[in-house]
Write a protein that binds this ligand. Structure first.
Ligand code: SF4
Length: 336
């Protein structure tokens, strides 16, 4: 069995940056300090449990006010925002709170790739333009981008939705701008580019899929083409893991989305000689290593079992040959 782990599997630069910032805060945590993240820092259950064990809890936007009251009453409070970015009005409110109260600290972990899209949206959206975002409507990153669009913003999940939208808009009267969610599927994004050019001759396209996502998707495509089975590791809420899974599924019927080594579908991958492993941007390295280790142990045991079974088979063949000779020379009678 050959096990290949994709080179760019696991934590990306943005997630690593955010998790290192929180880990640094945990290390230097003051005994009465409250550390929270605005939403789950990353889409990974095991990592969320790890943070909770270390006293870092995820809160919702509705709980910010209460946190701020605690800071005003003298408690040290640190709120960490996540890589997906936050909506403009929330960001402004947090900045104001941090300015007004020394005990209220904000650590902004918005990935620079996402911050770049916020800037594009701010600078390129107006009543005279139409702004398209290709991404998942309810995804926190898309919601944060949407909050920076000044006017005429449209969120389209895929090329089909984009085309339907374009059919109902007189595009050439306004300049069309298009960006993608950083983890958008490359093939879908390419289709969107062709479609917008067909309807809007003056379209301005910003290629905003992050380079890590691009590399990871390309690797997943190549690896799944040459593997008998693919294990895609990542949280069930992780949008970029979902896209990796879709890509792998397009090349092998044996693609499995797992969260940890406990989910490895042994029966389904039995007999596969080449197994590929990839993982979403929010999958910690220890989980990837655990999956790889489990597969390697199985491989070793499999070799041992195979050897044993071969020996057994040989013995059975010899026995049956002996029985055959006996039958030939002595006839079919009880030889015992
Ligand atoms: S996937 Fe890309 S955009 Fe998203 S956090 Fe990682 S590096 Fe940033």
């Amino acid at each position: 069995m050959i096990i290949t782990v994709s080179e760019n599997a696991g934590f990306c630069f943005g997630v690593r940056r955010a998790t290192e910032a929180v880990e640094e805060l945990i290390k230097n945590k003051h005994h009465d300090e409250i550390i929270c993240t605005l939403g789950k820092l990353i889409h990974n259950e095991q990592y969320s449990e790890y943070l909770e064990k270390n006293g870092v809890y995820a809160i919702t936007s509705d709980e910010i006010e209460r946190l701020y009251s605690l800071a005003k009453s003298g408690k040290r409070v640190t709120l960490v925002t996540r890589t997906h970015g936050i909506e403009k009005k929330t960001k402004e409110a947090l900045e104001a709170y941090a300015r007004e109260c020394d005990s209220f600290k904000v650590v902004d972990s918005t990935c620079p790739y996402v911050a770049k899209i916020h800037k594009i949206a701010k600078e390129n959206s107006s009543k005279e333009k139409i702004f398209f975002v290709i991404g998942q409507r309810e995804h926190p990153e898309v919601l944060s981008i949407k909050s920076y669009i000044e006017a005429n913003g449209y969120i389209c999940a895929d090329s089909l939705e984009l085309e339907n939208q374009l059919k109902s808009i007189k595009c050439d009267e306004k300049e069309a701008i298009m960006v993608a969610q950083t983890t958008q599927k490359l093939t879908e994004w390419k289709k969107c580019q062709e479609i917008i050019k067909k309807y809007c001759t003056n379209a301005k396209i910003f290629d905003t899929i992050c380079s890590v996502t691009e590399k990871r998707q390309t690797e997943a495509e190549i690896l799944s083409q040459s593997s008998d089975a693919m294990l895609v590791i990542g949280g069930k809420d992780s949008s970029n893991t979902a896209k990796l899974y879709q890509i792998c599924k397009g090349h092998t019927s044996k693609a499995f989305w797992i969260q940890t080594s406990a989910d490895i579908p042994f029966d389904e991958i039995a007999g596969a000689e080449k197994i590929g492993i990839t993982a979403g941007a929010s999958t910690p390295d220890n989980i990837i290593q655990e999956v790889k280790k489990t597969m390697s142990i199985i491989e070793e045991n499999f070799a041992e079992l195979f050897e044993q079974s071969e020996k057994e088979t040989q013995k059975n063949i010899q026995r049956s040959n002996c029985q055959g000779y006996r039958n030939v020379y002595f006839g079919k009678r009880n030889m015992s």
